[in-house]
Design a protein around this ligand. Structure first.
Ligand SMILES: [Zn+2]
Length: 102
């Protein structure tokens, strides 16, 4: 499994919000994201650590569930046509492998 994880967690106490979608979002916004080009578009690619993966998500690549507690990546467009916030709302959770081969 390729691990390009720099330590993206500046973990202070965020336990109160655990499980809510806001928690999810703040993890994304605070984390270390990278920009990747794929299929002629630019994408934000944000690693989600196992610790922060609190919910199950359906991976668009393989249509299978990413179970809670499984490290994966979050991907959303970086072209800003609809604005960064709207782009972020359209984010998808992928198995890292599925994104790489997509
Ligand atoms: Zn997948």
């Amino acid at each position: 499994m390729p691990r390009s994880n720099r330590n993206s967690r500046t973990s202070r106490d965020r336990k109160n919000a655990a499980g809510s979608d806001d928690f999810d979002l703040s993890q994304i916004l605070l984390g270390t994201r990278q920009i990747e080009s794929k299929r002629g578009r630019e994408w934000n690619v944000q690693p989600m650590t196992a610790v922060n993966a609190l919910k199950a998500y359906k991976c668009p690549g393989c249509e299978l569930e990413i179970q809670p507690g499984v490290a994966h990546i979050v991907v959303w467009p970086n072209d800003g046509i609809m604005g960064a916030e709207s782009d972020l709302r359209s984010r998808r959770h992928w198995h890292e492998h599925c994104w790489r081969v997509s």
